[in-house]
Design a protein around this ligand. Sequence first.
Ligand code: NDP
Length: 290
Amino acid sequence: MKIAFIGLGAMGYPMARHLSKQHELLVWNRTREKAERHAREHGTRVARELAECAAAEVIVTMLPTSREVDQIVDKLMPDLRSGTLWIDATSGDPNASRETAVRLATKGVAFVDTPVTGATVGAENATLTIMVGGAPEHFARALPILQICGKKIIHVGPVGAGHAIKVLTNSIMGATVWITSECLLLAKRFGIDIKTALEATNAGSGRSNASENLLPMRLMEGKWPLIFKLLHHDKDIRIASSIAHQQHAATPMLALTQHLFTASLNELGEGADYIEVAKVIARMNGTTWE
Ligand code: NDP
């Protein structure tokens, strides 16, 4: 099958590699050198220009936000063919994706939102969890393609449902990282060795992905790699807040989490990794993670 893959970033680059093992892959990236490297390393073909992607049977986008996806849709719109399937793996905005799906339908193009979770390691190992929003028949078409990149594929509802649940789960993760960091640093202030505090947390009721994986990775080795941009995590939590606003929902924890992450982003800048919020919490308490 001819698949056009647009957006070879930290996630898109390895996902396109997996797809290229079973399909004819055309790649396009804003920074062309990355697409050329992909073609050299994985035998994919670089699109001469973006418009060439419109001829593919399946178009996959993996971009920062729905805004960039819509810009690509605008550019491809005149050349799109009826019967094409558009798979948007971006962690996007459900309201924007519903409008995009309606626009694409006028050209006979089917749209599914398929955001992923599992970080760059999941993308590298094709073990992502993928949450899909879309009509059942479109989900059925997308499934064999998604199974190449992911281990667990969940059809969560109509268009937009994938994007909605993705930002909500990332908000849960953000709040968990924050409270776990606060309490570990409080244990340190109290005089408990922080690694001992972590061990006790993980043997008890406070354990989570934050305490078992995300924080120890940084604490044990003292390394803070850039895996998932805080810029993107903040975007996800802000989308979750907008859903709460739209649904007239009472979500004070979510609102607080959003403010804390946005404040951290303003302090740390766009180049920071999402777990670096733990450094902000340490500074708020006049301490460090060492
Ligand atoms: P990156 O910043 O690594 O990559 C972003 C990609 O989008 C790059 O290919 C970039 O091109 C391209 N891009 C950026 N702006 C534009 C634009 N205006 N027009 C066209 N292309 C553009 O992001 P990630 O791969 O980390 O994230 C992609 C999505 O996946 C995000 O929605 C994120 O929230 C989500 N996600 C990320 C995870 C992670 O652990 N990193 C985990 C799960 C989901 P260029 O190379 O030119 O910069």
